[in-house]
Design a protein around this ligand. Structure first.
Ligand SMILES: Nc1ncnc2c1ncn2[C@@H]1O[C@H](COP(=O)(O)OP(=O)(O)OP(=O)(O)O)[C@@H](O)[C@H]1O
Ligand SMILES: [Mg+2]
Length: 384
């Protein structure tokens, strides 16, 4: 049967280039009309890249041909950027921020927020003007981790003043929602929320804005890459091979969006016994080195499992600030310096940030090589 619904269903096979989500799921299809064996499809997309448009036209024509229909595709897209900017659309909706760092992970619970907090505070301790944006609208944890939960945001005119904690300007969707409020986020709402967090917060002049993303690759990542020039991406993972498989997906996404990869943080890498300070493997250790090589990047740091990291997160006292003398803090400080170095060296420009067309999608793990196996042993065996 050929009607608007079956055509829409077919268009779910057309993925937005570089992403594992269809143009229907991204809500880019604005109108479908059918007359005399021709389907007229109207799209509104946010990328100005010629190759994105060409790829979409080709894929849509192919899908409609399989239904015996001709395609008439009308694409509404932004003007190609004139000035140099490395955001996917050429936009920069937070122009007072010099650099944007996207902190990503393939899956949840690997320590993205912990890493975002400690890298942001570490860079501030190293003299940079730093902001921290909690873009994890599904599970905003930054307010608690920065000791800012239950604080009311200040409004100035139509805009929101960020909080300040440990020398870092902070804002989170969590601070703008009622506590415990359950929101079902649809794609378009996610995009709007991320844009607002960038546009409607008075960030002021910042050297760097560290952005804690929701896990995985989806609307939030795409919106961010289209709203501001992302200087570098950082991937956080735990060392188990199953986690590394997921990390590959998010590293692939950086590649597809031509976001330079600053490096990988191997979190929960070994366990430092609080009693005897012996370090032992639990989830494995050192597995990220191979992944880093595969993506031509570096390991920014191996962060051990340390009970005080969890306590510092729960109590809103970042470990780098509160206990700068411990091994973990030293490793975060080194990771922050390495990150800053790559930001300074990053020369992404607008022409290089457009998504790549062809080949595997951003979320494909096809061809991924497993990292080498390393034997793990349990606990440190101390007597305490
Ligand atoms: N190296 C570590 N040692 C001990 N605890 C850790 C470590 N890293 C993270 N944690 C703890 O693990 C939990 C998950 O970490 P975190 O919230 O940073 O992960 P996440 O990737 O942001 O999770 P989500 O995907 O849910 O946002 C937190 O309670 C945190 O304090
Ligand atoms: Mg988190």
């Amino acid at each position: 049967m050929k009607n608007i619904d079956t055509i829409k269903e077919k268009l779910k096979n057309v993925y937005y280039p570089g992403f594992s989500k269809s143009i229907v799921d991204f809500d880019f299809v604005k109108n479908i009309q059918l007359a005399d064996g021709t389907a007229t499809i109207s799209l509104v997309i946010t990328s100005s890249a010629v190759e994105v448009e060409a790829s979409l036209r080709e894929d849509i024509a192919k899908e409609l041909a399989s239904m015996g229909l001709k395609a008439n595709v009308i694409i509404d897209k932004p003007q190609a950027p004139k000035q140099s900017s490395n955001s996917q659309s050429g936009k920069n909706i937070a122009p007072t921020v010099k650099n944007f760092v996207m902190i990503s992970s393939g899956k949840g619970g690997v320590g993205k927020s912990t890493t975002s907090v400690n890298l942001a505070v570490a860079m501030a301790m190293q003299g940079k003007k730093v902001g921290l944006l909690d873009a994890d609208i599904y599970g905003p944890n930054i307010p608690r981790m920065m000791g800012l939960d239950h604080k009311e945001p200040q409004i100035q005119g139509q805009k929101i003043v960020p909080y300040e904690a440990y020398g870092v300007k902070v804002m989170s969707m969590g601070s703008l929602m009622e506590p415990g409020q359950a929101l079902i986020w649809r794609g378009a709402m996610v995009m709007k929320a991320i844009e607002q967090l960038l546009r409607d917060i008075i960030w002021g002049d910042l050297d760097v804005l560290v952005i804690d993303m929701p896990p995985g690759t989806g609307d939030a990542q795409l919106t961010l890459a289209q709203s501001v020039p992302v200087s570098v991406g950082v991937n956080v993972t735990t060392p188990q091979h199953v986690a590394l498989d997921d990390s590959r997906r998010s590293l692939e996404m950086f590649k597809k969006l031509h976001i330079p990869i600053a490096g990988i943080v191997e979190n929960m890498s070994g366990f430092i016994c609080p009693s005897c300070q012996t370090e032992s493997d639990i989830f494995g250790k050192g597995t990220c080195e191979e992944l880093a090589k595969e993506f031509d990047t570096q390991v920014l740091g191996d962060i051990p499992i340390e009970p005080s990291i969890r306590v510092s997160g729960d109590t809103g006292k970042p470990i780098v600030f509160i206990q700068p003398e411990v091994e973990t803090s030293k490793r975060f400080m080194i990771a922050a310096s390495k990150l800053w170095q790559t930001i300074e060296n990053s020369q992404a420009d607008n022409s290089s940030i457009q998504p790549t067309i062809g080949g595997a999608s951003a979320c494909s793990t096809a061809g991924a090589k497993p990292a080498s196996e390393k034997p793990a042993h349990d606990g440190c065996g101390c007597e305490h």
